[in-house]
Structure formats: structure tokens, C-alpha cells
Write a protein that binds this ligand. Structure first.
Ligand code: KG4
Ligand code: ZN
Length: 340
């Protein structure tokens, strides 16, 4: 990387978080996220409401990011925004805002793939974080995606496996919903799981290709199991919440680790980096950390604020593209489906 001083504003609006961040030479100066609480009442993200909330949030969020970074917008070198994948109505807000701001300031516009950003978040500079060495395996686990990716260089990535139905975050959220927990249930299920017995109940691990995932069967198995038990004891869930959550989490974490082991066997690569909202899960973090001594892997977990959706990860990709002169045309369009 040539070290030309640069300030990149990153803007993220692919789902239900409106986020803006400023990065200066790989270092995060500000990272602002407005999480839309409105969806909690509906048990999931409502696209129309998300789009409207982005429209309300985007100006104050960007202003706050610039203020916290203590810079004027005239100092910006470029604007990086999430082009996709994501919800079209949400993406459109960030895309059109970024285009007009870049045009108004007369600076370059940089389009960013959200999934690439979850992976490249590992290159945000920080004293406490080590950076993965190429080539590495990235496990991207979020509410929208579950992928195993071979990363050969910043912009050279190959998907080795992915989910054929639900994403792992959805598996957590849907399991939590069956147990009557509120949305998004992943972190709540995690909190109960930490106090329970992971071996109390067993759930099947769906069989698909070695590096692919399937979670819809697990959700059904949990639903049938709970319904059967509740018929015999109407208080079954509340009396056993911790053990049920621990057992579900154990099944999911074990499944993710099985798939990573298959990827290591397939590629011979032992550099493993995780990303996406589910990397915040305590069971995932423990298993990935333990894999260093257990299997001799070098593992990398981003800081919590760079795991869930954020704009610092968009800004770091922006900087990497800026330094490689990879700019977007002014007629670039948001793309709900975008390949890695
Ligand atoms: O990456 P992210 O913020 O947004 C998407 O791009 O989807 O991921 C959100 C997902 C949600 O499904 C949420 O329940 C899950 O990550 N999640 C967790 C935890 N924290 C967030 N799942 C399990 N345990 C957690 N601690
Ligand atoms: Zn995401």
C-alpha cells in the first residue's frame, strides 16, 4: 500500500442499520451506527420501514461521523458506500446519498460489496488486533449470509461453500422465536446458553456438501422437540431455557467448526478469520480461539463493533480500493444481489 494520506467516509445501509464511519490511513476515526429498533415489534426486518428509517437517519449519522472524526467534509478523499447485497429499498438510500455527496464535493465514489467488507474488516488497523496473512479462509456468519471463502488477496476471493437455505443468524433468531424470545434473538439465546448444559439435548446436524450449510431442518427439529415437550409439561421452556439454548448453540457451533475443518482439509490453509454478526457469539468465539491450540490454526476474530453491520468495514474497503484506483462510475446502481 502506498502511504498517501487519505480520509475515506464509509456509508452502510444494506439492511436495518444506518452507519457512517471515517477512516484515515487504516485507522478508524469514527464509527457511528443507528440501529433501527422499529423492527423488534415485528419479529424481523420490515423492508419498507427499514428504507424509511434510513432516509431519516442518514444525514444525522453522517454528520455525527464527521464530527466525531473531527474533520470537515472538504477534507474527505473519497466516499465509499455499500452497493449490495442487501434490501433494495435500503441500499438505494445509501447509494443515492453517497452519489450526491461525492458529486457535490467533487471527489471519487467507491462501491463496496458488503460481504467483501465483512472479510476485509480484518485489515482495520488496531494495536490489539493481528491481521490474517494471505491466503486465508474466511467464515462469514451473519443474519443474511453464511459463507466459507478462500481469500487469496484483497480482491481475489472464491466461495468454497455457503448455506443452501437459512443463514446461521436466522437459525439463531428463529430458534429464539420458537422459545418466545424477542427479536433479534441471537444475543439473548447466547446469554442463556452461557449458563446451561450444552449436552442436555441433542439436535441433528443437517447433511449437505462438506463445505455447504443447511439450517432450515434444524429449526424444524427444534420446533417439533419443543412442541412435544410442552404437551407433557406446559412450563418446559421456562424451566429449561438455559439448557435448551446451550444445546442449540452447541449444535450450531459444532456444525460451523465441522465445516471449517473440512475447508482446512480441502485447502491446506490454516489461517482462519471469522466475520459477520454471529462472530459475536460466545460459543463461536470460544471454539475459534481454542482451535489455535487444538488444531494448530491461526485464528482471527474482529473487534465486536466490526463484527456486526458497520461502516468502518465499508470505509476500509474504500481505502484499499482508493489506493488501487478502483473507483465507481457516477451511474453505478445499487444491487440487491451482488456476487463476491
Ligand atoms: O452482520 P449482522 O449485524 O447483520 C447482517 O448482515 O445480517 O448480523 C446480525 C445477526 C442476527 O441474526 C443476530 O441475531 C446475530 O447476528 N447475532 C448473534 C449474536 N450477536 C448477533 N447470534 C448469536 N449470538 C450472538 N451473540
Ligand atoms: Zn452484514
Amino acid at each position: 500500500m502506498k502511504e498517501k494520506n487519505c480520509y475515506i467516509l464509509g456509508i452502510e445501509s444494506s439492511c436495518d442499520d444506518t452507519a457512517a464511519a471515517v477512516i484515515n490511513n487504516g485507522i478508524v476515526l469514527s464509527n457511528v451506527v443507528a440501529t433501527q429498533k422499529i423492527h423488534e415489534d415485528y419479529g424481523g426486518v420490515v423492508p419498507e420501514l427499514a428504507s424509511r428509517a434510513h432516509q431519516q437517519n442518514i444525514v444525522p449519522v453522517v454528520e455525527q461521523a464527521l464530527r466525531k472524526a473531527n474533520i470537515d467534509k472538504k477534507q474527505l478523499s473519497a466516499i465509499a458506500f455499500t452497493r449490495g447485497p442487501g434490501l433494495m429499498g435500503s441500499l438505494l438510500v445509501g447509494t443515492s446519498f453517497s452519489k450526491s455527496l461525492a458529486l457535490g464535493l467533487g471527489i471519487p465514489l467507491i462501491d463496496v460489496n458488503h460481504m467483501q467488507a465483512h472479510i476485509l474488516a480484518h485489515f482495520i488497523k488496531s494495536e490489539s488486533q493481528k491481521i490474517p496473512k494471505f491466503p486465508f479462509i474466511a467464515l462469514t456468519i451473519s443474519g443474511g449470509h453464511t459463507q466459507i471463502v478462500k481469500v487469496t488477496d484483497y480482491f481475489s476471493m472464491e466461495i468454497l461453500g455457503q448455506t443452501i437455505d437459512d443463514a446461521v443468524g436466522e437459525a439463531f433468531d428463529k430458534s429464539a422465536k420458537i422459545l418466545g424470545l424477542s427479536y433479534p434473538g441471537g444475543p439473548i439465546l447466547d446469554a442463556f446458553a452461557q449458563k446451561g448444559n450444552p449436552k442436555a439435548y441433542t439436535f441433528p446436524k443437517p447433511k449437505v456438501n462438506p463445505m455447504d450449510f443447511s439450517f432450515s431442518g434444524l429449526k424444524t427439529a427444534i420446533l417439533y422437540f419443543v412442541e412435544k415437550e410442552v404437551k407433557q409439561n406446559s412450563n418446559f421452556i421456562t424451566e429449561n431455557m438455559e439448557d435448551i439454548c446451550a444445546s442449540i448453540q452447541h449444535t450450531i457451533v459444532d456444525y460451523l467448526m465441522d465445516k471449517l475443518k473440512n475447508a482446512v482439509k480441502h485447502t491446506g490453509i490454516k489461517e482462519i478469520a471469522i466475520g459477520g454478526g454471529v462472530s459475536a457469539n460466545s460459543g463461536v468465539r470460544k471454539a475459534i480461539t481454542e482451535a489455535e491450540s487444538k488444531y494448530g490454526w491461526n485464528t482471527y476474530i474482529p473487534k465486536f463493533e466490526y463484527c456486526t453491520d458497520n461502516a468502518a468495514m465499508i470505509a476500509i474497503v474504500g481505502e484499499l480500493k482508493y489506493r488501487n484506483n478502483l473507483f465507481a462510475n457516477s451511474d453505478v446502481l445499487a444491487a440487491a444481489r451482488l456476487k463476491l
